[in-house]
Design a protein around this ligand. Structure first.
Ligand SMILES: Cc1ncc(COP(=O)(O)O)c(C=O)c1O
Length: 461
């Protein structure tokens, strides 16, 4: 991509539009400016979690409420929310069955380190839905991945994991490796990382089966951890046959396969795994699984359970290195039960899928109309526009497709037109509460932004 024209748009035009949108944002948010514009007292960097500074806006607006797919700020601005807490609220904010379950549980104890009646149902619901017989509950998808990888190492007796270049599976140390000029390195930007993570991980490009086979041939890889579609760089779809071969090669090498469905649960009620007949040994789902209450789950096969039993029988008593105190607490299990029983339904997914398809078509139409060299990708309820030609085949191509300055200008301009999309990439989620009118608003806003960016490009140059 040309550095002076990211996404085909001259940098000066991007800068001019960003400045105009910045002024507009400031004028639309006087109360947020007064309350949080200089940083919120007591918090490092003025926010409760440093990622809150990574949005495109000059200062974050303060949320008054979030219901369904509508977010309202303290200035009274309303947004059609397509970020949805970047997947934590994928089924809408405070889905009524979840809100009711939380209210019911609130008077009955929040955390006890013991199973509640809801736990009796949740294990069965998970096994039924995702087809694996053994489950554990953790607090975040990061933790679930960490614990599942620990089990993989324990049962295979192997040290390494294998990741795909450009992946993100939460803050799991050994997944923070990248390929730079074909060589594995620690991912740039890590703070306080004093070990060489490449000693614990192998990294190959997504869709590169010969490289995968060669990396597995060392015989030291306990587990491949993969999203079925890469969603954390610009979205990268698996090429035809990739998953079949991934499974065949991992089995042949005695390597376990962990499928992380935290984002691709957008595909359908049984995840991408269910929709495409994948056969993981380990399965992870976090974020929306309890309707926005902090929780994650990880499951595994009978074979892994049997091997884990054998390892445990040989292991002296002590801390397993897995589990955190609040994991599987009563509140999260109540919320998870409500989500699995009443929120993640086929009907909800039918609505999400239909509107997401409409959104993808609407965005693609604008891209074609204004002849910008971009494309749109969709995985069920998850849609992304990418400011580069597609399809992308791997993490390196996805990295090169990013156009940070352009994306920031677009995000801020969409926000000023009442549409919120995810901050880190150009991702939009459609929830059961999202309306056709909101999708139309987003398509119109996108068109207005692209028109200002792309019209009369020749006269600008
Ligand atoms: C695929 C995937 N796995 C795991 C995680 C980690 O989730 P959490 O931050 O809730 O631990 C993320 C977060 O974005 C993710 O995208």
């Amino acid at each position: 991509m040309n550095a002076d024209t990211p996404g085909g748009i001259p940098l000066e035009r991007i800068a001019a539009i960003f400045e105009a949108e910045r002024e507009s944002y400031v004028s639309l948010h006087p109360r947020s400016l007064a309350l949080a514009g200089q940083g919120i007292a007591g918090f490092y960097q003025g926010v409760p979690m440093h990622w809150m500074r990574d949005w495109s806006m000059p200062f974050p607006f303060v949320v008054e409420s979030a219901r369904g797919a509508v977010l309202t700020d303290v200035d009274g601005n309303e947004y059609a929310d397509f970020c949805l807490g970047d997947t934590g609220a994928m089924f809408g904010h405070s889905p009524p069955p979840v809100a009711e379950a939380i209210t019911r549980q609130a008077g009955k104890g929040l955390t006890c380190m013991l199973p509640t009646r809801d736990a009796l149902e949740v294990g069965r619901l998970l096994a039924e839905r995702f087809g694996l017989p053994h489950w554990q509950v953790a607090t975040t998808a990061t933790d679930a991945n960490r614990f599942a990888l620990r089990v993989a190492r324990a049962v295979t007796g192997r040290p390494r994991i294998l990741v795909f270049n450009g992946c993100y599976h939460g803050t799991v140390d050994e997944t923070f490796v990248r390929l730079v000029d074909g060589r594995p390195v620690n991912r740039p930007g890590l703070l306080g990382q004093v070990t060489d993570l490449t000693e614990l991980a192998r990294v190959v490009e997504f869709n590169d089966l010969p490289a995968l086979e060669a990396a597995l041939a060392h015989g030291d890889v306990a587990c491949v951890i993969a999203e079925p579609v890469m969603t954390n760089c610009c979205m990268v779809l698996p090429e035809p046959g990739f998953h079949t071969e991934l499974r065949r090669l991992t089995r042949a090498a005695g390597t376990l396969l962990l499928i992380d469905e935290t984002h691709t649960i957008s595909t359908g009620p049984n995840g991408y795994t269910g929709a495409h007949g994948l056969e993981p040994d380990l399965f992870v789902l976090g974020k929306p699984v309890a309707g926005g209450v902090t929780a994650s789950v990880w499951g595994f096969t009978e074979d892994v359970a049997r091997r884990l039993d054998a390892v445990r029988a040989q292991t002296p008593p002590g801390h397993s290195g897995m589990g955190t105190t609040l994991s599987a607490n009563a509140l999260s299990l109540a919320a998870m039960r409500a989500t699995l029983e009443q929120v993640m339904t086929p009907q909800a997914y039918a609505h999400m899928d239909g509107l997401a398809a409409r959104l993808a078509v609407g965005l693609q139409r604008v891209i074609e109309q204004y002849e910008v060299p971009w494309h749109v990708v969709r995985v069920g309820a998850r849609v992304e526009f990418i400011c580069a030609p597609g399809p992308l085949r791997n993490g390196t191509e996805a990295e090169a497709a990013h156009a940070p300055a352009l994306e920031q200008a677009i995000h801020l301009a969409l926000l000023n037109r009442s549409c919120l999309i995810a901050p880190f990439h150009n991702m939009m989620l459609v929830s059961p509460a999202t309306t056709a009118a909101q999708v139309a608003t987003l398509c119109d806003a996108f068109e207005s932004v692209i028109a200002s960016l792309a019209l009369d490009l020749e006269s600008w140059q």
